[in-house]
Every structure is written in C-alpha cells, then in structure tokens.
Ligand binder design. Structure first.
Ligand code: IPD
Ligand code: CA
Length: 263
C-alpha cells in the first residue's frame, strides 16, 4: 500500500478503534436474540458508542472540520471546507441478526467533493481505502474494478427497500429486468460494502435509491479510484447528496443504466 496522507491515517485509526468496540458488542448480540427489543436497543447503543469513538478520534485530529454522521447532529466546521461523513455501523440489520457482514464507513469531503474514503469490514479484516488520485486499496492490495463485458457473467448488488418504502415497486421492476440477463443479484445489506465490492471487482455493479450520504460517500471514491464509474440514478444530479446512485465497471455502466432506465 502507498503511504496514505495524515488524514487517511487518522480515518483508518478511527475505523479500527470503532471496529474493536463493535466486534465486542457483536459477540454479545447472540446472547440477546431471545428478546428482539433487547437486542435492538443494545445494537443502537453499540452504534452510538462507535460513532462517539470515531467522532472523538477525528475531531481531536482536525477540530475545525465539519461533521455529518448517521447517529448525531450535523456540525458545520470552522474551516468551512472540510467535512467528515460517517456511518459507524453500516449493515445494522445484519449486525442485529448476528450476520458477519457490516462495516464502518468514513469519508472526507473537501469543498463538496469526496477526497478520501475508508470502509472497514472487521469480520473479514478487510480495510478498503482510497484517496483522490492515489488509487483504491484493500489491505495491501491495489484494487481494480472487474473487466467483465458480458452481462450474463455479471453480478449486481442493490439494496431492496424495506417493505413500506416508496421505492420498492420500482426496485422490484428493475430486478425483474436484470435477473434474467445477468449471473445473479445480491442484497447483502451493507451499501458501503456493496460499493467496496464493486471497487474490488467482486460485483460488476450496484444501484440503490433512497440512500443517505453516509452510506455511500466512502464507497463511491473506492469505486472511482479503482477505475469504475459512479453516477446518479433516475436522471442528472448528485448521486451522494441526493441518495440515488449507480456504480459499475466502465464496460458495464452504460448498458446497466439502460436496463435500469427501462424499468
Ligand atoms: C443500510 C444498508 C443497506 C441499505 C440501506 C441502508 P444501515 O444502512 O446500507 O444495505 O440498503 O438503504 O440504510 O441502516 O445498515 O446503516
Ligand atoms: Ca448505513
């Protein structure tokens, strides 16, 4: 791995620290499954604790930067240029059910552009990192999006909205169009990892709407730095700020978007 900037290093440090706390709590979740309410409350607390750890670590290093996190109030930074965008626990439902597929996601934005991202999956000890112009990495390995060209060989990921979301019917139509044309679809329940897997060439593409900036900000720069395309779903706009995103290898991107638009 190339040596990261001081900012990237502090993001990695924060992600590892929060992950240690989350891993301890994940070990407890199984014991709490008897009472779903108990488990739900416990996981919310684990989530809040992890966000506090990340916030303390990042804010200590860069007190003037702004903050946007899933679990706490937004802060406008004194420097007016930089902002941390953080999801302390992406894949909460997996965590609650004892499924080892969840991650810590931390992005750094400068003047509205994401310039660094870290997605850490502690269960597999996979640390995905990227900085603008420096490529994307998983632990010590440089990442490249997949080189697959044939749709029928591709795997796509999405987040199927929860039962009462207004986006459900559209997503189901998209699934009906894509499924017969590709090798398979996955809904693994952690958007940050869906994007990290596109960057790693494991998935060929990913799409989701109704998502928040903290779910996708770090993952989006991973995909771009691994040579992939990231754009808005359903017409022009900012895919991260507006929470409708499509990402894919460059050979798949256009056809993938066409199929989605046909739904
Ligand atoms: C969720 C996950 C999921 C996606 C949802 C997100 P959370 O984040 O990333 O894959 O489909 O839209 O809200 O709630 O687990 O942090
Ligand atoms: Ca999330």
């Amino acid at each position: 791995m190339t040596t990261g900037s001081a900012n990237l290093n502090v993001m990695i440090k924060a992600a590892r620290k929060a992950a240690r706390s989350l891993v301890r709590d994940f070990g407890e979740v199984e014991n709490l499954q008897v009472s779903m309410k108990g488990a739900g409350d416990f996981v919310s607390k684990a989530d809040l604790k992890a966000e506090q750890i990340i916030r303390d670590t990042l804010m200590e290093a860069r007190p003037a930067y702004g903050w946007l996190g899933e679990e706490s109030e937004e802060v406008e930074g004194a420097d007016g240029m930089h902002r941390w965008i953080v999801d302390p626990l992406d894949g909460t439902t997996n965590f609650l059910h004892g499924l080892p597929h969840w991650a810590v996601s931390i992005a750094l934005e400068r003047k509205g552009e994401i310039i660094a991202g870290v997605v850490y999956d502690p269960a597999k000890d996979e640390m995905f990192t990227a900085e603008k112009g420096q490529g994307a990495w998983m632990n010590d390995r440089r990442l490249r999006v997949s080189g697959r060209r044939d749709m029928i060989e591709m795997i796509f990921a999405t987040g199927v909205p929860f039962a009462n979301s207004k986006h459900l019917p559209k997503t189901l139509k998209e699934i009906a169009i894509l499924m017969p044309r590709c090798a398979g679809l996955r809904r693994w329940g952690a958007a940050a990892l869906d994007l990290a897997y596109v960057a790693a060439g494991r998935y060929d593409g990913y799409w989701e709407r109704g998502i928040n900036a903290w779910d996708v900000a770090a993952g989006a720069i991973l995909v771009k730095e691994a040579g992939g395309f990231v754009g808005p779903l359903d017409g022009p706009g900012d895919p991260i700020a507006e929470g409708r995103i499509v990402a894919a290898n460059p050979l798949a991107y256009e056809r993938f978007c066409e199929h989605l638009a046909a739904a």
